[in-house]
Design a protein around this ligand. Structure first.
Ligand SMILES: [Zn+2]
Length: 495
């Protein structure tokens, strides 16, 4: 009897924000550090994650899955040189020699002090370990900054088609399916890559809205053509100040390089023709406060500049400061380990007086003094119940719900991405009861509040994830690039 196909699965997942304060260290990767077959299955079976998709598809195809190391750190600052070495060496070492192929689950915007494109380096190490004959498939986040090396070092490259990301499961399954077909000799994947020469803010990458919808729809249309295996649209991550930052396209065909080149060119031209529609309008706080509140459902104030999901500290106080003393019943979540610990010592039901937020750097505001009642203390653990990575376990750390006037301040030990309603439900808060909810997010908040939001207000506040890209001083991104270098069509040069 023939031996079964053996496919490894491993990954290092980090979205690196080159403008965020501080570095991301190994400790941050303890947020998710899963090694070996048993731990992998235990953690990801029946979850709607990329890993869950790989697991299920492997079972369906009777492929033997051989998990190595998978680790994730929340988005944050650049990865230090030494820690990058440890991670890369750990990844390569965790893969058994002799595998027929490997699926690498990566983000695509990971950067270290030593590697502007850390995914490309990860691929080089894995190829070095397993040899040139081993087929490699890669899954990437829609916010990947894809460069030529990443494409050259992988056989199959699949990118999420959705933002908010609700399809990692399907993309994981797709990557494994294509890889297994390549190993079996049923397809011979070849890829072409094009960079759009555009930097785009995440807020305009929502895939069920124009202009991004147009790109995704076209990609899905092209995927139905004979000979086309995958058309990947990567919106890019504009806060990674790396040469390849920005929107790019990878088209994979079944042994038809000319077709791949032609379609990649078509996608890049289409994106370029849409460039001005990627501009994003925001309001200043003073303007937002003049808006009438919605009759039904809370107003969602989107503080994208402190987007935890893109590496911001989650402790910006610009908005909180304005809300205190206002007549509106509002909710703000602030990361402040110190204040959470203090609340923990004082105890639920008691009064607290402290400062919250503004403790990371100056661009995200000063600490704000609050005084109020500690309604509740919680260990901050919950499970995703909504459509985004359903089943995923989240650890917010010690969490205190403090009521001060009309404002409910939820203070968390760790940073929280407001992308699943479970983060409020676990502390007994009902979103519908607030007139206004502040979310430190660009778009992911929609999978938590999209159904109940009475109004969406996008705020132009300072911070390392501002949607106004002209605020930043880029040093390494390849120039010229839109909108930094195209005065008259959306912007002026930033430096
Ligand atoms: Zn993303």
């Amino acid at each position: 009897m023939e031996r079964p196909v053996r496919i490894g699965v491993a990954g290092i997942f980090h979205e690196t924000n080159g403008f965020a304060p501080g570095t991301t260290d190994l400790h941050a990767f303890q947020a998710e550090w899963v090694e070996g077959e048993h731990a992998f299955a235990e953690r990801y079976r029946h979850t709607r994650t990329c890993m869950g998709g790989v697991l299920e598809e492997a079972e369906r195809l009777s492929v033997q899955l051989v998990p190595g190391l998978y680790t994730y750190a929340p988005p944050g600052g650049i990865i230090g040189a030494e820690d990058a070495e440890t991670l890369l060496a750990g990844l390569a070492a965790s893969l058994e020699p002799g595998l027929d192929g490997v699926v690498l689950i990566l983000h695509g915007a990971m950067a270290a002090e030593t590697y502007a494109d850390m995914e490309a380096e990860a691929l080089r190490r894995v190829r070095g370990k397993l040899g040139p004959e081993t087929a490699v498939a890669v899954t990437l986040d829609l916010h990947a900054n894809i460069g030529a090396d990443m494409v050259a070092r992988s056989d199959v490259l699949v990118v999420y088609d959705t933002y908010p990301h609700v399809d990692p499961f399907e993309r994981g399954a797709e990557a494994l399916r294509l890889l297994a077909a390549a190993i079996g000799g049923r397809i011979r994947p070849v890829s072409a890559w094009r960079h759009s020469r555009m930097l785009v803010a995440p807020q305009t990458m929502v895939t069920d809205r124009e202009p991004m919808k147009r790109l995704i729809d076209r990609a899905l249309e092209l995927e139905r053509l004979p000979g086309v295996l995958n058309v990947a649209v990567a919106g890019g991550f504009p806060y990674g100040d790396v040469p390849d930052a920005g929107m790019s396209f990878v088209v994979t065909t079944d042994h038809d390089p000319a077709l791949a080149e032609r379609l990649a060119e078509e996608m890049a031209s289409l994106a370029w023709s849409l460039r001005d529609s990627f501009a994003f309008a925001q309001l200043r706080l003073e303007e937002a406060m003049l808006l009438p509140l919605p009759a039904h459902g809370p107003a969602i104030w989107v503080e994208g500049s402190d987007n935890v999901g893109a590496g911001a500290p989650g402790d910006a106080t610009h908005v909180l400061r304005h809300l205190l003393g206002w007549h509106v019943r509002s909710l703000v979540v602030i990361r402040d380990a110190e204040a959470a610990a203090l609340a923990g010592r004082i105890g639920a039901g008691n009064e607290i007086r402290c400062t919250v937020g503004g403790k990371t750097d100056t661009q995200h505001g000063e600490p704000v003094a609050i005084e109020g009642k500690i309604r509740l203390l919680h260990d901050g653990e919950f499970t995703h119940e909504g459509p985004f990575m359903t089943g995923r376990r989240i650890h917010m750390g010690l969490t205190a719900v403090i009521e001060t006037g009309n404002v409910t301040v939820m203070v968390t030990e760790r940073r929280v991405m407001p992308m699943d309603i479970g983060y409020l439900r676990c502390v007994g808060l009902q979103a519908e009861r607030f007139q206004l909810i502040v979310v430190k997010s660009a778009v992911a908040w929609r999978s938590a509040f999209g159904d109940i939001a009475g109004q969406e207000v996008y705020l132009d506040t300072p911070g390392c994830c501002s949607a106004n890209l002209l605020h930043f001083r880029y040093r390494r991104v390849r120039r010229p690039i839109y909108p930094l270098d195209m005065p008259g069509s959306g912007g002026t040069a930033a430096d």
